[in-house]
Design a protein around this ligand. Sequence first.
Ligand code: ADP
Length: 648
Amino acid sequence: MTKQTHSFQAEVAQLLHLVTHSLYSNQEIFLRELISNASDACDKLRFEALNDGSLYGDQPNLEVRVSFDKAARTLTITDTGIGMSEQEAIDNLGTIAKSGTKAFVEKLSGDQKADSQLIGQFGVGFYSGFIVADKITVESRRAGSPAAAGVRWISGGTGDFEIEQIERAERGTSIILHLRDDAEEFLNGWKLKQVIAKYSDHISLPILMEKEEWKDGENDQPGEMVKTGEWETVNKASALWTRPKKDITDEQYQEFYKAISHDFENPLTWSHNRVEGNTEYTQLLYIPAKAPFDLYQRDKHAGIKLYVKRVFIMDDAEALMPQYLRFVKGVIDSADLPLNVSRELLQESRDVRLIRDGSAKRVLSMLEDLARHDKHEAAADAEGVTDVVSEEDKAKEGKFSQFYAEFGAVLKEGLGEDFGNKERIAKLLRFATTTHEGLNTSFADYKARMKEGQEAIYYITADNLAAAKNSPQLEVFKKKGIEVLLMTDRVDEWALNYLQAFDGTPLQSVAKGAVDLGKLQNEEEKKAAEEAAEAFKPLLAKLKDALKDRAEDVRATSRLVDSPACLVVSDGDMSLQLARLLKQAGQAAPESKPVLEVNPEHPLVKKLDGSVHFHDLAQILFDQAVLAEGGMPEDPAAYVKRVNALLV
Ligand code: ADP
């Protein structure tokens, strides 16, 4: 069998360049990544062997061995896991299967610091070996294949790799790292044990290293550590989540998170529980500090690993966590599910439903806890006694805001997805408002600040904050000093459909339906408005006629102060902004015509009556209302022509 040379997929080559150039500051993480892969490979074998015990052959042990050779300057990580066939080695180590990889690589800027952050979210896995190695040899044989079907893969981590068939007696994989000059410190048993203890203690498989002994030098030669040929387990080798909470340090929880998520940053918070009741399971759930690059990818899977009685069953078990909590990472270990559970079966299982409900509730509790502590200030009571803020409480300060900035928009999807927890989700939402900048007003805060006589929670949706803030629809609210929630996430309008009221107070879009300020308008104002509308009727009729192809209706309004006109849609209709978004996305949007509301007090409107330019002015009025709410006139050139004609 001859050697073949293959090129890396373009994105892999780019990624490799980055790995070697920007992950320098934290070299030792390569060992965590490679041991994690070895452990996954053993998990996969255990799982496949549930159906075919012969895969174990004459090697029943699942384990990882770490060894080094000072003279050859190599470090080797060997596992007795599932192994790879030749084709699998080509595919798995030469391409990246993750969706969105291309987009991800395009986002990389070449700025090392920024890129190393991004790369942390992406997870470099196997390629992290090139942080310390200038050449990697992988030797592998898939479980169940004959010894002659081994494979050797060699690469210097630049454009290509070599592959050849080899004889390999054992199943599983050896990763042989040919270390760079500046990575010599890893040719040291003590150092390796230290790194393994730090990053891989929680791995449930035994990680073995050869015992060393100190041998005094002879004839004035210095002494040295020599290998004894005896192997010892250097990690705890029990799955982290199966240990009692009190025996686990924060650092261990954090390292476990990094190992399962490939995130380089610590999580914001976590929760570890054993749940007993209708179904029994252990959950260890983490909320990341940063959103992953593919949070909005449609085929993005959940970050939950499913175990059954400590046997790994599958990654990305989406049935175990609702979609809107897809950012949560962690492990769920069920005592009741069958070991041969498939994804299809998961969808239908009652136990799974219970686990999903329990997990969603647990995540919401974690978020509620962070929200409670977000602005934890020591409060003094009447006697001037200041309560003590514990270190633990202090540590949680600001974390909710951080969470919300990253994942708030995703959380909102829960209003439409998780009816059972709608109230709890609504309480966690935060908005900017016309009077309070920053994403930190909750519905409850808003209610506490409502004016006397105000009967609704008012909100406006727009493409961005500036458009929301300057919308003509807000004018009367500004004049009256009524706060309005500014909603600028794409998901807002859809999500708000599912929330008609908060805590008994209805939610009202200021861009929908006729404005009804109810008790906020005094009798005088009401009367004046009615009179104006009455006197305005003949002009309205003319406007309606001039705009009959474009506007569903034309009516007088008291919602405007400085603007001559604005567009509104009927209650229950889709907002113009959402209709626009759908059209941009190439989807069908209902072709309903908006209502033009006109401010009878505005000079431009007053001028309309009896103007010889009536028809043109009417069209301009309408087009300007379209512009003001962020849209585009149907015929921009005609609009410009009309305005110019008047200017001249
Ligand atoms: P990830 O682990 O996130 O999928 P990696 O780049 O770390 O990405 O690895 C790519 C693939 O290579 C893995 O999904 C797996 O199929 C294969 N692989 C890596 N290491 C091993 C190993 N020790 N044994 C078997 N397969 C492996």
